[in-house]
Every structure is written in structure tokens, then in C-alpha cells.
Ligand binder design. Sequence first.
Ligand SMILES: Cc1cc2nc3c(=O)[nH]c(=O)nc-3n(C[C@H](O)[C@H](O)[C@H](O)COP(=O)(O)O)c2cc1C
Length: 205
Amino acid sequence: MKVLILNGSPRKNGNTALALSEVRKTFVEEGIEVEYFDVGHLAVRGCIACGRCGELEKCVFDDIVNTLAPIFRECDGLVVGSPVYYASANATLIALLDRLFYSTPYSKEMKVGFAITVARRGGTSATFDELNKYFTISGMPVVSGQYWNSVHGMLPGEASADEEGMQNMRTLARNAAFLIKSIRLGKEAYGTPVREARKRTNFIR
Ligand SMILES: Cc1cc2nc3c(=O)[nH]c(=O)nc-3n(C[C@H](O)[C@H](O)[C@H](O)COP(=O)(O)O)c2cc1C
């Protein structure tokens, strides 16, 4: 059982990394393997809506997105961490997630997911909502914790003083580990949910 963790901060040793290290440590304690990537410092371009991924089954831009795609496929869960920039996620991370979710043809159903956000003061809930959208359009059960998933800090290292936020990181990882194990057992006992043929309407008369 394995999870993919993405650090969307350009600061590899910043507060998001600190919060994610608590998540990572707890996963390991729970017997869940972790693949960890710092992605916020990379030059990741946005989706250009070319649609080529429909034929290629990967993104036309061969960068970190195509590196992560097969890893995400093998994982039972995804954790995304982002610093809050203007009450939103880091733009690099959004560019990456748009392309990763759009270009990968495989099902993400029943891979668990959660997002964590890190800010000095404001915009954490908006960013949390923004990141949860990737999970909830993909049939991914969203893991909850003991609060909306945020940690506070400004300068690198300050997040360690947010005891409640850091405790929530551990709670989230424990809940995710429990869900991953439960879903594995559930699949063996009951199989995966029946899927109807997809209806797709664009609201055009
Ligand atoms: C461009 C930019 C925009 C930011 N916008 C916000 C914001 O909207 N709200 C906030 O509380 N902090 C904001 N911050 C502060 C960061 O969220 C904060 O320093 C956080 O700890 C960064 O996480 P990191 O150390 O993982 O990079 C901003 C920082 C930058 C560089």
C-alpha cells in the first residue's frame, strides 16, 4: 500500500514540507509506503487544451507530469500540500494537477485523497476547497481529519509551533491509512462499485 505526496511549495524545507513530514512519518508508522516529490520549484506549464492526451494517453509535454502519472497509477492515495498564495494554491501545483488529472486515462476511483494548506494567516479554506475538487471529480474518497486541513506559519519552520495543525496532519494520515486498508479489504469482499456508462452533457440545446 502506497501513497504519493506532492509538496507544492517552491520552498523544499518550508512550512508545507514540515506539515507533510508529519503526514509522511505517520504513514510510515502505519505501514504505508510513501513516494514524495517536491514540485513547487519546477517550471511546470499549464494545460493548453490540445487534447493530444486523448490519443497519447499521456501529456504532450514530457515533464514531471508524465513522470508522476505511472506512480500515481500504482498508488492507493494522493496527498497534496500547498502554500496559500493570494487565498489560492500555488500556481505551479495547479498547472501540474490540471495536467496530471486530465491527461491520465486510468481510473482514480477509490484512491483516497486529501489536501493540506499552509498560510501565514488567511485563505486556507478557499485553497482547501480548490484542491479537493480534483479528488471529488475523480471518485476519490476524501479523507477528513479533526479540522479543515491547514497549518499556520510564515517563515520556514514556524509551522512546527502550530500544535493543533500538526496534530491534524497525524490524524489525517492515520485516517487515510485506515481507509486505504479498509478499501483494500472492501474490494476483496465486495468488489468495486458498479459503474453506469458515462453520460456527458454540455448543456447545449
Ligand atoms: C506570493 C505569496 C502569496 C501569499 N499569499 C498568502 C495569503 O493569501 N495568505 C496567507 O496567509 N499567507 C500568504 N503567503 C504566505 C505563505 O502562505 C506562507 O509563508 C507559507 O508558510 C508558505 O509555505 P512554504 O514555507 O511551504 O512555502 C503568501 C506568500 C507568497 C510568497
